[in-house]
Design a protein around this ligand. Structure first.
Ligand code: ADP
Ligand code: MG
Ligand code: ZN
Length: 601
């Protein structure tokens, strides 16, 4: 290193001098026209010299030529010509002497200034190139961080709360990593890849670290986006490098966070795939196929968007174990609050279960943020401990935060959703022949804010008209409950309505279940309709009058159902209230509890 520096210093000095000489040469070339002293004397006599600067042996100056153009000149002085000054005075020429010293400083400045500047710029530029070069050399290396030895993951399952099922599922992998031989002896197969998915902030990254921490094995953590680079082939070689390193450290855990960044569905989107990403994904698939759990390497991926992943990634032998990391329920939130408030000094009035109640829709990351905000608020007020009022203020602050607004649910929204879901459930329970209600939940899931889970008692291949009407009624139950209780509608019922309308439309146009229209199929089956083409190829098979009739019949079916649902719910309003009340308290109700509430009210 030292030698190199010396070398480069010498070459720098050389370059410096070359430039210096070059610029000097340029200066010699430029500007003044050199004339013989005799010509200068003639010009002086003719009165064409306007001004001169006299140095010890050179005269610089200006004269006007035949065309009256000003020309700069210089001439070497003949020192024996002592009468020069008198002649200059006679001709009224402006003249001055130029000191040797001054001109030397000037010339140094003029010569060295630009050179120094160029030197500096050049230096900075090459320096940047050099560091860029170093990065270029690192291109193919994986940037995964390695947690091993002193640096190993110190997160354990104690730090993750509110997702006991997930922990249980991961337990098997921890056992395997602790003692791979034990499992191989019996010939059991351990999943190669585990995919953790769930909304952002639910603790997927944390869980992966905890698995490594629990098993006490080295842990490589990379993010999917690190594999996506501008240059084709770089991502792929990084993937290769990651797996190579994994094999070297086995048994160990490789973790790829934000897997969707590399694992996006190929050919997704119009205009074809993305070459680099496709190569990277292919390399990932190859590596996944190529390594064997015998080597003791397990891969964990995490994503919020399992829906965009390439199906090839999810096939057996790749990421074949899928674990949902859910949004925590009220109990889970309390557990997470406990974890995060361990490091915070709490006052005696704190009741974590009340805080959990007030934070529907919060995920782990929100709760971590909440506890931190509360602690900061208390500190700002110079309190000795964080109390309930700090938490209240912090809840508001976190809820109002723009990023979370879409997910976090306010008290009032929670009430509306509770009645809406109770409406669905109650109609389903009270109408004979409906599918049993398994669960009501206020935990947001996908686009729905809450949901009522109905599972058919057995597989069905044909459905009767009454069953379809029941389905429509259950779908309308949510909206009708909102109408009865709040005398208002919300946008939350849009999905229900479109489903109900779809069923009614099919009843009329496909299943021949309308008396006025009769047993006709008036629409091609849905499956034959392909993308935009249905506008072009679907012939209209009925007249305008029939179209009007169809619309009326659909409307009729929906309205009749709505009336009966409204009657049903109004008659059982007490049940509706207690059901909704209970959901607000518990957020999740199982089938048995729902039955009890309905029976007791
Ligand atoms: P994800 O990867 O799912 O987006 P993270 O694992 O990055 O979420 O979570 C961010 C932070 O939120 C964690 O560092 C942790 O402090 C907190 N957190 C999230 N989920 C939990 C949980 N289940 N228990 C405790 N803390 C959690
Ligand atoms: Mg994460
Ligand atoms: Zn609904």
């Amino acid at each position: 290193m030292k030698k190199n520096e010396l070398k480069s210093l010498i070459s720098w000095i050389l370059i410096f001098f070359l430039i210096f000489l070059f610029i000097r040469g340029l200066r010699e070339l430029q500007v003044e026209k050199e004339i013989p002293y005799s010509e200068f004397k003639i010009l002086l006599k003719e009165g064409r010299i306007s001004e001169v600067r006299i140095k010890s042996d050179i005269i610089f100056g200006k004269y006007s030529d035949e065309q009256n153009k000003i020309v700069q000149f210089k001439t070497y002085r003949v020192l024996e010509d002592t009468k020069l000054i008198d002649e200059l005075e006679n001709k009224n020429v402006k003249f001055a002497a130029v000191g040797d010293k001054g001109s030397w400083i000037w010339s140094v400045l003029l010569n060295f200034g630009p050179v120094l500047l160029i030197f500096l710029l050049w230096y900075l530029w090459t320096k940047q190139l050099q560091s860029g070069g170093k990065q270029a050399m690192m291109f193919g290396k994986s940037r995964a961080r390695l947690y091993v030895g002193k640096n190993k993951s110190d997160v354990t399952f104690k730090d993750v709360a509110g997702c006991d099922e997930v922990k249980e599922e991961l337990q098997e992998i921890i056992e395997f990593l602790k003692d791979p031989k034990k499992f191989q002896r019996l010939g059991g197969k351990i999943p190669k890849g585990v995919l953790l998915y769930g909304p952002p902030g639910t603790g997927k990254t944390l869980l992966a670290k905890a698995v490594a921490g629990e098993a006490g094995v080295p842990f490589f953590s990379a993010s999917g986006s690190e594999f996506v680079e501008m240059f084709v082939g770089v991502g792929a070689s990084r993937v290769r490098d990651l797996f190579e390193q994994g094999r070297r450290y086995a048994p160990c855990l490789l973790f790829i966070d934000e897997l969707d960044a590399v694992g996006r569905h190929r050919f997704a989107g119009i205009g074809g795939g993305h070459d680099e990403r496709e190569q990277t994904l292919n390399q990932l698939l190859v590596e996944l196929d190529g390594f064997d759990t015998k080597e003791g390497v397990i891969l964990i991926g995490a994503t919020n968007r399992p829906d965009v992943l390439d199906p090839a990634l999810l096939r057996p032998g790749r990421f074949d174990r899928h674990i949902v990391v859910p949004v925590p329920d009220i109990k889970g939130r309390e557990e997470i609050l406990k974890v995060h408030s361990r490091k915070v000094k709490l006052s005696d009035d704190i009741n974590l279960s009340i805080i959990a109640q007030r934070t529907p829709g919060f995920v782990g990351a929100d709760i971590a943020n909440l506890v931190n905000e509360a602690a900061l608020l208390a500190a700002r007020k110079n309190k000795n401990a964080v109390d309930m009022s700090d938490f209240d203020e912090a809840i508001e602050k976190v809820m109002a935060g723009p990023a979370r607004k879409s997910r976090v649910i306010s008290e009032r929204e929670k009430k509306i959703i509770a009645y809406h879901e109770s409406g669905h459930a109650l109609v389903a329970k009270l109408t004979p022949g409906c599918d049993p209600v398994h669960k009501i939940s206020l935990i947001p899931r996908g686009p729905a804010l809450g949901y009522t889970l109905q599972l058919p008692a057995e597989d069905k291949y044909i459905i009767s008209k009454q069953e379809l009407l029941n389905k429509i009624s259950v779908l309308l139950g949510g909206r009708t409950a909102e109408k009865i209780i709040f005398n208002d509608f919300t946008t939350g019922a849009q999905n229900d309505l479109s489903k109900a309308t779809e069923i009614a439309t099919k009843m009329v146009t496909e299943y021949g279940m309308s008396e006025k229209i009769g047993p006709l199929t008036l629409r091609k089956r849905e499956e034959e309709i392909f993308l935009g083409r249905d506008y072009l190829t679907r012939e209209k098979m009925y007249s305008e009058a029939t179209a009007k009739l169809i619309d009326e019949e659909i409307k009729d079916i929906i309205e009749k159902c709505e009336q009966s649902v409204e009657k049903l719910l109004s008659e059982n309003i007490k049940k509706l209230h207690s059901l909704a009340q209970r959901i607000i308290e518990k957020e999740v109700l199982e089938s048995q509890e729902i039955d009890e509430i309905i029976a007791n009210n």
